[in-house]
Design a protein around this ligand. Structure first.
Ligand code: SAM
Length: 332
């Protein structure tokens, strides 16, 4: 096979994420009617081991819950809100929200990824009746920049390398000349699901700061899902595994202690931040009935190994709250 440049190796991590989600859906852990439209030859894809399925389940349920809280609070306060997903890959969350009970809360959903990834996703969306149905009339869906970007009434898919200067990439993508896709006065949630680790801390900080400045008058939320604590035996296996596929993790936090993770976000100007590992989330936050249900789906012998893996992933939820009354968010 031809040697791959580092960026194409990073882009390939989206396949892992998509196949993990597909596997969890096909085994009954999660429900996602849209994933098959975004994964080529979905019916032929192999399923992942039970341990990976449980991890995918915990991660998805936890992020779904944070997003749902975000949308519900805006429904209570009577404002619409926006969601920006960085490194969205073949995520289906927009379609799950847009067909769910809180769909009217969404003013705009913006996804950003490398142009190669968004071009493929834009084509898959155009081709899929299931994905285009929610936009009603197909004339509402427009490709832009030679098929790299796609615009629909409240959904925008944009191609950019997030390591470049945010004022250049993000600034031009959402500027008035390109249609002011994001309203700086609306509460806005940034989703960074397994993406910031692939860039340097300086590069990802620049992005978070850019959003902090752009949304300085409104509530900015940020949900980051990431691996951390990579200096132990398990971490080294994971890092070497990725290295053999030409992927490095310049943005990974090495401390094994999740309680250090919020510091970075507080330093960047967020007013509150907290981190939970997937292990803590599984133990204390996932509905016990759901845990009971998924325990019947597949045989999982390695509970200790599961906990060790879940211990290496964290969800960090941070907020800037210019106005204290919104700080009810994410206290559960
Ligand atoms: N967020 C999705 C999920 O959780 O299913 C995909 C996660 S995948 C592990 C990482 C994604 O981040 C890939 O789609 C990759 O192309 C994207 N990504 C990584 N570095 C990026 C960069 N510098 N600019 C744009 N996208 C990037």
């Amino acid at each position: 096979s031809k040697p791959q440049d580092a960026d194409s190796s990073i882009r390939l991590t989206d396949n892992d994420a998509a196949l993990a989600r597909l596997s969890a859906v096909q085994k009954g852990y999660l429900s996602d009617p849209f994933i098959r439209s975004l994964v080529p030859r979905a019916h032929l894809q192999p399923s992942r081991p039970p341990l990976i399925n449980v991890g995918t389940f915990v991660r998805t349920v936890a992020i779904d819950d944070l997003v749902e809280q975000w949308l519900s609070i805006s429904s209570e306060t009577g404002t619409k809100c926006q969601i920006v997903s960085l490194g969205a890959g073949s995520d289906t969350r927009f379609w799950r929200i847009a067909t769910g009970p809180l769909k009217d809360q969404l003013a705009a959903y913006v996804e950003i990824d490398f142009p190669e990834v968004t071009t493929k996703k834009a084509m898959a969306i155009k081709k899929s009746k299931d994905l285009t149905a929610i936009f009603g009339d197909s004339n509402q869906i427009k490709l832009a920049q030679g098929g790299v970007c796609l615009h629909a009434p409240n959904y925008h898919l944009l191609g950019a390398d997030l390591r470049k200067s945010p004022s250049e990439t993000l600034g031009s993508l959402i500027s008035p000349e390109s249609g002011s896709l994001l309203d700086p006065s609306l509460p806005t949630l940034l989703l960074c699901e397994c993406v910031l680790v692939y860039m340097s801390l300086a590069e990802s900080s620049a992005i978070l700061q850019w959003f902090g400045t752009y949304f300085k008058e409104s509530v900015l939320g940020c949900v980051v899902y990431e691996m951390f604590g990579l200096d132990d035996a398990f971490g080294r296996v994971m890092v070497n595994n990725l290295k053999s596929r030409n992927v490095t993790l310049p943005g990974a936090e090495h401390s094994p202690d999740a309680s250090v993770l919020p510091k970075r976000f507080l330093d960047l100007g967020f007013t509150t931040s907290r981190a939970l590992t997937l292990r803590e989330i599984r133990r204390a936050y996932v509905d016990p009935k759901e845990l009971e249900r998924i325990s019947g789906l597949e045989m999982l012998d390695e509970v200790e190994e599961l906990e060790l893996v879940l211990q290496h992933y964290a969800i960090i939820s941070s907020l800037t709250v210019p106005n204290r009354e919104d700080s009810r968010l994410w206290t559960r």
